[in-house]
Design a protein around this ligand. Sequence first.
Ligand SMILES: Cc1cc2nc3c(=O)[nH]c(=O)nc-3n(C[C@H](O)[C@H](O)[C@H](O)COP(=O)(O)OP(=O)(O)OC[C@H]3O[C@@H](n4cnc5c(N)ncnc54)[C@H](O)[C@@H]3O)c2cc1C
Ligand code: SF4
Length: 871
Amino acid sequence: MAQPGRRGLQTGLRVLAGVLLLVAAGVVASPFIWAHAFRELPFVHATVALPLLLGLLALWSAGSASPSVGSWPGDRHPAVRLAPAEGTLTKPERRARLVLVVLGALFAGDAAASVVGALLNGTHDAFARWPFVLCTVLGAAAIAVLCGWIALDLRGRLQWVGPLIGVYAVKPFVGLAFLAFADTDRTLPIFGAHVSVVPVQWGWVIVDVAIIVVLPLASRAAWRARYGLGFLGANEYRALIALADVLVAGPDEGVPAQDVAANVETYMRSVRAHRVWVYRVALLAAQLRPLLSGWPVLSQLEPVTRRAFLERHFLFPPSWPPLLKHLTQVVIRVGQQLVFSGYYNDRRTWPAIGYVPFSERGRPATRSPPLKLKVTPAAEVGERLEADVVIVGSGAGGSILAYELAKAGRDVLVLERGSYVQPHEFSENEVDMFGRLYRDGIMQQTADFRFTVLQGECVGGSTTVNNAVCFRPPEHVLDRWNDPRLHDAGLDRGALNASLDAVEAFLRVQPQDRAVPNRSATEYLAGARASGMSPDALAAGVVRANIDGCVGCGYCNIGCAYGHKLSMLDVTLPRAQADFGAGRVRIVADCEVEKLLGRGGRVSGVRARLDGGRAVKVSANDVVVSAGAVGSSYLLLRSGIGRRLPVGRGLCFNMGAPLTADFGRKLDAYDGLQISHAGVPRIDAGYVFELWFNPPVAQALNMPGWFEQHFENMLRYDQMMAVGVLVGTEGNARVRRALTGGADIDYVPTQGDLRTLSRGLQTLGSLLFAAGAERVMLNTWGYDEFRSPDELGRIDALAADPDYISLGTGHPQGGNALSQDPRRGVIGPDFRVHGYDNLAVVDASVFPSSLTVNPQLTTMGLAHYAAQRLA
Ligand SMILES: Cc1cc2nc3c(=O)[nH]c(=O)nc-3n(C[C@H](O)[C@H](O)[C@H](O)COP(=O)(O)OP(=O)(O)OC[C@H]3O[C@@H](n4cnc5c(N)ncnc54)[C@H](O)[C@@H]3O)c2cc1C
Ligand code: SF4
């Protein structure tokens, strides 16, 4: 017995075959009927081509589509159900149905009128004088049948409106071409009167255009209402369902593709990403890309074909032209990120991968009582504000500076682009937290989308989401910073050391030997010992961090709900208000500074935009930009400040790439302090190791493999551990103003940095094998796993191609380097922008080069040090 979905498809095929036959008959007959009408032949054929094309396209779509079709025999993947069949039609759906019914009636009437008119006027005469009659009948009948057919089962057939619109769009052009080139002196006999063909044709052109406008609007509204869409368009949403259907591939998939897409839609609505449109464009491109290869759109492809298409075009992208390869990779990256977010954030997947959220691990969790923080909501801010010192950004640099300036008696106003998310709002929902706490909801990437740059965007900046690991700046790096032949930073090393001490004491930086460690720490330390790396070669051990009393939930990167991470949000800003008064340390959230105001070496304040679009002008005696390594350069650039200074140049990173190791036995590396251990080579090797494992979504985004490989790897999530290699990169990256608005990060890793990375990865691989790993995987575009230390040599070649290996950072640095020389740096040793006496930059952007070790302590130490000079 045919399945219900198949029956619908078969009926559709029959209807369309009928239409096609009708049209084909017209085409065959037309040359005989119109043999004499040579002048109009091109228009005749164009008009005939319309219904023909319509019929063909519809048939072609039907042949490959599976709207609400069950599994195809032998198909491993259940077909996507594009529409929830159950439930009554929504209002916009009913409206779309009405539009189709009216349209169908209009065209049925047109077809009937054409036949009747021709008969009343004498068939032969009418056909001879007006060869379009038959074409009109055929075209109108085809459209009428299709409209009616779709309207009969709107839920099951709404996707057919797309081809209908696509083909119908040709019609007004044919009409216009007729008016421009055909013989328009003739008249039409209508009810005895002779009407010129021109107004009739114009009338049709206007009707056609109106249909082309109304039909898509009605169809779009119907799709959006059906799926409850607020962010994605119908085509993007369907592309997402189609991608989810094949990218998550394995037995017993826990979440249907439809629900994955619904999860993503909810998530995307909450993200305030400045380039979020890119994700819509990428999904639309994924949907339309098969058309270029002569296939229907992605969601219309049968799953097996869709999978083969993805493998061929996305997994092995065309190597030429390079732009196409690149765009293809962007599309698949975006699709994959979205799908995994929607899938693994759904708790129905967790039992299968062996993940238990902290709230269900049965371990008692102490909670530090939160300190009081007063943040002014955007709604309470007027059109103008005044301040003694305005600080742009509330992260590591901005908050320490705010504290120290307030201590020195200055009144500070901190303007923060991100929202104020209070610690009690932090949840175990990764995707929700990404959207609320991160810049672009963890999707900030370099301009070419090859390199992810994570930054916090909320009160507390990146410190709200970071791992709180503290390293003092390595001495050899500070030597280079101060070297007059290199960066000539002019730092007072003694004063900087005192500042670092002060910050460490203030934030209670301490070795994390009392924290609940990452469960894979035992393997990591055993590996360091067994691989023959003596403590003299590698200092592998517990990290120091501004964390006190960690209960080991493992959620550092989505905010510490327990108050044990002593971040700017938890400690520095509340302490500043407690110690010096909330009137002296004012904080406004959801307030993006767009421009620095002033001229002639002085700034007078800033212009900012509040969430909701309202502008606010802030006057100030001093302005300090602490917007982070990307944001600060961008703000200076868009304010036209420092045109002769190297603003945005020298951007660098601690570039990271993890190795994921499978131990074949339960490790539960997601449990415990997220980064509890690190490894620093004693001699400067250019890299460090950090133990690091994530809750499911973040880990899925870093998990090597495609399709079943990825799925199966995720099924072994609780048997794996990961360690990241961080390489301090050269300063060859740059922040620019993007043509589309916002900041662009230009970056391609140098071969030197990639070689350092490869060395680090190979050393780490040996350590993991020595610890007992059964296999080790590198996160690449393809799939690369190693079964023994002997195979690790392959990494040299794999890491040499930055397009192939997956790279990212949470540690952007530089862009407004500290240097006494304005040709080499943007700010002088007093942290003031060269040429300005009341504008300073204080954050990680002032680093003259990358540190290799984690940068927050250095950022905070420099902020403390800067405050002594700026106060
Ligand atoms: C996931 C993650 C983990 C990390 N782990 C560690 C770690 O364990 N140890 C470590 O040392 N470092 C870590 N870091 C890095 C560290 O947090 C940063 O180096 C540090 O916070 C940088 O401080 P900053 O002041 O330069 O910028 P941020 O702390 O990023 O603060 C900049 C602030 O400015 C705001 N802003 C930007 N533009 C504007 C504007 N135009 N108007 C208003 N506000 C604006 C931003 O929203 C942000 O809140 C991590 C980072 C991430 C993302
Ligand atoms: S693991 Fe991180 S988030 Fe969890 S309690 Fe410890 S510091 Fe806080």
